[in-house]
Design a protein around this ligand. Structure first.
Ligand code: SF4
Ligand code: SF4
Length: 193
């Protein structure tokens, strides 16, 4: 008789605990807002301190390589020709196949021109796309080219060149996009300070 009572007691206990569990589930289902984010159509708010893709304020960079030297995985490559203090840019790449988003490259910069953003999208079907060039332009800007030509002409005792003779720098196709990103980063940093 005791065994029969235990049997039905266990069934009652199982039904009661299941009902209690389901009541908690239903409570959350009815009262809590949905937490699923329909990425990529929706995005979560990323904290300001998130360590995402880098951005470079190229006009401030002095090609000192301190960021590259601080990188523990050697994923920053920088190449520029120095014309006095003017830089002719070749590349400033980060290999995101290696980058561990440690932020070690940011504090050593003496002019505070490399930053980590809240951008995080790296998905690609081509592994070569994971090396990002942070330069907004390559070569020399027209004003830099003009300054160099003027200085060389002065040294050679020749007439100074006209501004119209200088060429536009290469690779500036997405300048607007990068300028907008830099402006957004600057605004965020100004808000924090
Ligand atoms: S975040 Fe770290 S791993 Fe990535 S480039 Fe900077 S120092 Fe290197
Ligand atoms: S540490 Fe700063 S200034 Fe020096 S190369 Fe890197 S980004 Fe440029």
């Amino acid at each position: 008789m005791g065994a029969v009572r235990d049997y039905f007691g266990n069934i009652a206990s199982a039904l009661t605990t299941t009902a209690k569990g389901m009541s908690v589930t239903l409570h959350h289902f009815r009262n809590e807002p949905p937490i699923t984010v329909q990425y990529p159509f929706e995005r979560m708010n990323i904290p300001d301190r998130y360590r995402g893709l880098h951005i470079l304020e190229q006009d401030k960079c002095i090609d000192c390589h301190l960021c590259a030297k601080a990188c523990p995985v050697d994923c920053i490559e920088i190449e520029a020709i120095h014309h006095g203090r003017t830089l002719e840019w070749k590349k400033f790449t980060i290999d995101y196949k290696k980058c561990i988003f440690c932020e070690f490259c940011i504090p050593p910069c003496p002019v505070d021109c490399i930053h980590m953003t809240t951008e995080y999208e790296l998905a690609t079907d081509n592994v070569d796309d994971m090396t990002e060039d942070l330069l907004s332009w390559t070569g020399l800007r027209p004003e830099d080219q003009f300054a160099i030509e003027a200085s060389e002409a002065k040294k050679a005792g020749k007439a100074a060149p006209t501004k119209a003779a200088t060429a536009a720098p290469e690779g500036g196709g997405d300048d607007d996009d990068k300028a907008a990103k830099i402006a957004a980063i600057k605004a965020r940093m100004a808000k924090k300070s």
